[in-house]
Design a protein around this ligand. Structure first.
Ligand SMILES: C[S@@+](CC[C@H](N)C(=O)[O-])C[C@H]1O[C@@H](n2cnc3c(N)ncnc32)[C@H](O)[C@@H]1O
Length: 352
């Protein structure tokens, strides 16, 4: 089944926004002798979002305490701060996020740590960001912790929540593209059904799309949640799961072009690694994890060839090796952060 053309299909090729001064619009670095990783404003900001699989990320991603590291999904900087705490004074950390609120929240760390700078943009634009940051020779480590952050989900005014009423927006970057309401109010019923089926794996997609079209115009998240709830029977085996979970996920993925971002982001991030550098990707649902697994396999496995041929890795087209298997949160983490239960981490290392 083909995904219908996206109403703003060219956006991911736009350059990330820059200020007239020639530096990234919110990027800055300020000198500081010492960083307070444990307290103050930095800690308050980090508490808005508990970083998932942190132990595993630190263990697998940081192989050297110097060089360039990239957090391509800064969020509230939970992973980023902990990585900085492990790095030496000559290391460099580039942060990136498409959400202007995340970039604004990073300003405290920019001021506190001269090794850190923040850029506003998408990780599919990583090559431009790194080139503007003056990075030559590739990165030692890149983290992509994809999906939405807790502050985005918890703030009803962002339009991601089916539990609290707010404008039906769902854009991670509200300064570009169109909102979920704008799309749902004009899209063809068949296209809405396809998006909900493909990105949400929702079996009731046709009925939901029909009822959305009948109820137009929609303006709020609870209007949409109520429509979906009336179409989807509660899952007897999982009564805690809201019936609108899959539909909201699907529309959010479509509105933010998350599948294309991931596809292009993985390519750009891998290409930006130095030899020996590692890319760590945390995904939150099986569709994304499948995509990551597929790309990592392609990079680390030779195409089928007659056995015993005397060919080197490079001649076989292998450019990477997998670092372990996929990793899930352990019970101690799940006890303190239930949102970690659906997270999967995969790590790959560039070998040539
Ligand atoms: C799960 S949160 C990251 C949380 C972060 N690791 C932390 O510890 O605070 C995902 C973040 O990635 C951002 N994001 C999602 N897709 C993006 C993309 N394609 N490019 C840049 N940022 C993206 C979202 O705006 C959100 O802030």
């Amino acid at each position: 089944m083909r995904i219908p053309p996206h109403p703003f299909a060219d956006l991911s090729h736009h350059r990330y926004r820059r200020s007239s001064s020639g530096t990234s619009n919110l990027a800055a670095t300020v000198q500081s002798e010492e960083v307070d990783f444990g307290g103050g404003a930095a800690k308050a900001a980090a508490e808005d979002h508990i970083p998932v699989l942190l132990r595993e990320v630190l263990h697998t991603l940081i192989q050297s305490d110097s060089g360039v590291y990239v957090d391509g999904t800064y969020g509230r900087g939970g992973h980023c701060r902990s990585m900085l705490a492990r790095l030496a004074s000559d290391a460099q950390m580039i942060g990136l996020d498409r959400d202007p609120e995340a970039v604004a929240a990073a300003q405290g760390l920019v001021q506190a740590d001269s090794r850190f700078s923040i850029f506003h943009g998408r990780f599919s634009q990583l090559a431009d960001v790194l080139s503007d940051a003056g990075v030559v020779g590739g990165a030692q480590g890149i983290l992509l912790d994809i999906g939405v952050s807790s502050p985005q989900l918890d703030d009803a005014s962002r339009g991601f929540s089916f539990n609290a009423d707010g404008p039906l927006d769902m854009r991670m970057d509200p300064t570009e593209g169109i909102s979920a309401a704008e799309w749902l109010n004009v899209a063809a019923e068949e296209d809405i059904a396809k998006v909900i089926f493909i990105h949400g794996e929702e079996r009731n997609s046709r009925r939901i799309a029909k009822n959305i079209v009948a109820a137009r115009p929609l303006t709020t998240t609870l209007e949409l949640a109520d429509i979906v709830e009336a179409c989807v029977p509660r899952n007897r085996n999982n009564m805690g799961k809201h019936p609108a979970t899959k539909t909201f996920q699907a529309i959010r993925i479509f509105i933010n072009e998350e599948d294309r971002e991931l596809r292009e982001g993985l390519q750009h991030a891998f290409a930006a690694l130095a030899v020996g550098g590692r890319l760590a990707v945390i995904s939150f649902h099986s569709l994304e994890d499948r995509q990551v697994k597929h790309v990592f396999r392609g990079l680390s496995r030779p195409p089928s060839m007659p056995r015993r041929l005397p060919v080197r890795h490079t001649e076989q087209g292998i450019t990477a090796r997998l670092i372990g298997k996929s990793m899930k949160a352990q019970s101690d983490e799940l006890a303190t952060n239930p949102r970690a239960r659906s997270a999967t981490l995969r790590v790959i290392e560039r070998i040539c």
